[in-house]
Design a protein around this ligand. Structure first.
Ligand code: CP
Length: 301
């Protein structure tokens, strides 16, 4: 692998190599002394055309912990505002001998296009409604830590499926690893393509969550929709949100996940976010370990 553009094109063996490398990285990350020199002499640029906290900071920390030089480029304060194209921006970073460009963009396929025009490795940090592969990898790693394997796991994904690049990458990943993604959303937020990708679509929230080994809530992506897809946030929370009542339907050992940022009290109740079975904070920590593993594997190759 030179680039990581989506889990659609990553094999089961490659995902398992990332999981195993992330386990080692997490052990190193948990030490008091976090500095490694695996990326000494390498440069990582985060090029973000959309807002981010978790993805951007965890990539930057992962690169710094491994001794890479890092630079952040936010489109709002860059020459993009003067009319520079995506490819010209990418080429500018490339000729400065950047080794890895981590890119988030509102258009699906933007990182794929950039990867064809630069020498650097390109990592997709979220492209429109297409994929968010590093989020799915950290979700998979959180499941791997809990269960040790993926075969036969039921993962309920509940929320705004239609606009979710996280859901799509998770469906690709879970499918390849022998787990079953079961989706539930309001009909207006559930496109038909997901069944063709290998997911099961549940008829009710209860059906999706019953017996699940993990329940993943998704944020309502208000920035990607024009409105009118559900009556109100209050009704959404009541009929499509996950609270303690819903979590009682999951398997007794089930964990709760969410990619963040969470709309508290909308897709998840505050009680479940802060419950013992919630792995939301662990997911954030795992994001650093997984991104350390990816930077290591991509630059080594
Ligand atoms: N999960 C996720 O991508 O979060 P950020 O938008 O904060 O990066």
């Amino acid at each position: 692998m030179k680039h990581l553009l989506g889990l659609k094109d990553v094999s089961r063996d490659e995902i398992m190599e990332i999981m195993q490398t992330a386990s080692k990285m997490k052990a190193l990350l948990l030490r008091d002394e976090k500095k490694l020199n695996d990326l000494e002499g390498k440069t990582v640029v985060t090029l973000f055309y959309e807002n981010s906290t978790r993805t951007r900071v965890s990539f930057e920390l992962a690169a710094k912990y491994m001794s890479a030089s890092t630079v952040h480029v936010a489109s709002a304060s860059s020459s993009v505002q003067k009319g520079e194209t995506l490819l010209d921006t990418g080429r500018t970073l490339d000729v400065m001998r950047t080794d890895v460009i981590v890119m988030r963009h509102p258009m699906a396929g933007a990182p794929h296009l950039l990867s064809q025009h630069v020498k650097a490795s390109v990592i997709n940090a979220g492209d429109g409604m297409n994929e968010h592969p590093t989020q799915a990898l950290l979700d998979l790693f959180t499941l791997y830590e809990k269960y040790g394997s993926f075969e036969g796991l039921k993962v309920a994904i509940v929320g705004d499926i239609a606009h979710s690049r996280v859901a799509k990458s998770n469906v690709f990943g879970l499918n390849k690893l022998g787990a079953q993604a079961v989706l539930f959303a309001p009909k207006t937020l559930m496109p038909p393509c997901f069944e063709q990708l290998g997911a099961k679509v549940a008829a009710s929230r209860e059906e999706a969550i019953s017996g699940a080994d993990a329940v993943m809530g998704l944020r309502i992506q208000l920035e990607r929709q024009k409105g009118g897809l559900f009556p109100s946030l209050g009704e959404y929370a009541r009929f499509y949100g996950v609270g303690e009542e819903q979590m009682k339907l999951a398997a007794p050992h089930a964990i709760l996940m969410h990619p963040g940022p969470v709309n508290r009290g909308v897709e998840l109740s505050s009680q479940v976010i802060d419950a013992e079975y919630s792995k939301i904070d662990e997911q954030v920590l795992n994001g650093v370990a997984v991104r350390m593993a990816l930077l290591y594997l991509l630059t080594r190759n």
